[in-house]
Design a protein around this ligand. Structure first.
Ligand code: SF4
Length: 227
C-alpha cells in the first residue's frame, strides 16, 4: 500500500483525544476539502507491504495500544487496508479508522472504531457522504462534522437530528476547521469559526454532540506535520 508516514503521537481528535497512538497515514485522497490540512498526503509516499507496516507499528508501540489508520483517504486502498486492520486487531491493537465517509465502509472489520466525517457545505465537498454508510455505523463509532461557517453548523444540526445520529454512535463530534496555512500561535485564533461561538450555539440548541478541538494544534505549532 502507498504510505505517506507512520509515526507515534497523541491522538488529537475524537473521544480518544489525548491518548498515545500510532498513526498510519495512507497516501491519496479523492476529495479536496477547502480547509484540508493534509494536502501533503495527496501524492508521493512509499510503497510498503502489510508486514512492513505491521513491523513499524510494533517498533513504535511494542506494548500494544491504539493505531489510527488515516490519510488522505485510507479506504481508497481498501484491498490492502482491510487486511491490515484485521491483522492489527489480531496483534492486539485497538484500531481506529479515520475516513471521509465517501467510500463504502461495509467491509471494515467490526472491531475497528470508525471515525467518519460528514462533509459540510462550506468544505466544498457537500453531498459526498455515502448515505449507505449510516447502516455500517456501530455503537462504538463516531461521526464528525468539521465546521467553518454558521451554514455548516446548521447543516450538521439538521443531519444529526434527521438521522438520530446520537442514538446510533458513541459520539457525534463538532469541530471547528483550522486555516490550512496556520502557523505560530497554538491557540484558537487559527479556527475558521470561533469555538466559543460553536459552544454557545450548541448550548442554546441543546445539540446531542460533543465539541472537539484538534488537540495537537494546541500542543505543537499547527504547521508541524507528523505529530
Ligand atoms: S477528505 Fe481529508 S484528506 Fe481528503 S481533502 Fe478532505 S480533509 Fe483532506
Amino acid at each position: 500500500m502507498q504510505i505517506t508516514e507512520i509515526y507515534k503521537s497523541l491522538q488529537g481528535e475524537s473521544t480518544y483525544a489525548g491518548l498515545p497512538c500510532v498513526f498510519v497515514r495512507l497516501t491519496g485522497c479523492n476529495l479536496r476539502c477547502s480547509w484540508c490540512d493534509s494536502e501533503y498526503t495527496f501524492y508521493g509516499g512509499r510503497k510498503l507491504g502489510l508486514e512492513q507496516v505491521v513491523d513499524e507499528v510494533k517498533r513504535l508501540s511494542p506494548e500494544g495500544g491504539f493505531v489510527e489508520i488515516t490519510g488522505g483517504e485510507p479506504m481508497l486502498q481498501e484491498r490492502e487496508v482491510v487486511p491490515l486492520m484485521q491483522r492489527l486487531l489480531e496483534e492486539g491493537y485497538r484500531v481506529l479508522l479515520e475516513t471521509s465517509g465517501e467510500r463504502p465502509l461495509e467491509r471494515v472489520p467490526a472491531s475497528v472504531i470508525k471515525i467518519v466525517d460528514v462533509k459540510c457545505p462550506d468544505s466544498g465537498e457537500a453531498g459526498t457522504f455515502r448515505m449507505e454508510n449510516l447502516q455500517a455505523l456501530s455503537p462504538s463509532d463516531e461521526v464528525k462534522f468539521v465546521l467553518s461557517t454558521k451554514a455548516d453548523y446548521e447543516f450538521a444540526v439538521d443531519f444529526v437530528s434527521q438521522h438520530q445520529l446520537a442514538t446510533r454512535v458513541n459520539a457525534v463530534l463538532f469541530s471547528p476547521a483550522f486555516r490550512k496555512d496556520a502557523t505560530g500561535a497554538r491557540d484558537s485564533s487559527h479556527c475558521l469559526i470561533d469555538p466559543q461561538q460553536i459552544a454557545e450555539w450548541m448550548i442554546a440548541d441543546n445539540v446531542p454532540a460533543r465539541l472537539g478541538l484538534q488537540l495537537h494544534k494546541f500542543i505543537w505549532d499547527p504547521a508541524v506535520k507528523g505529530v
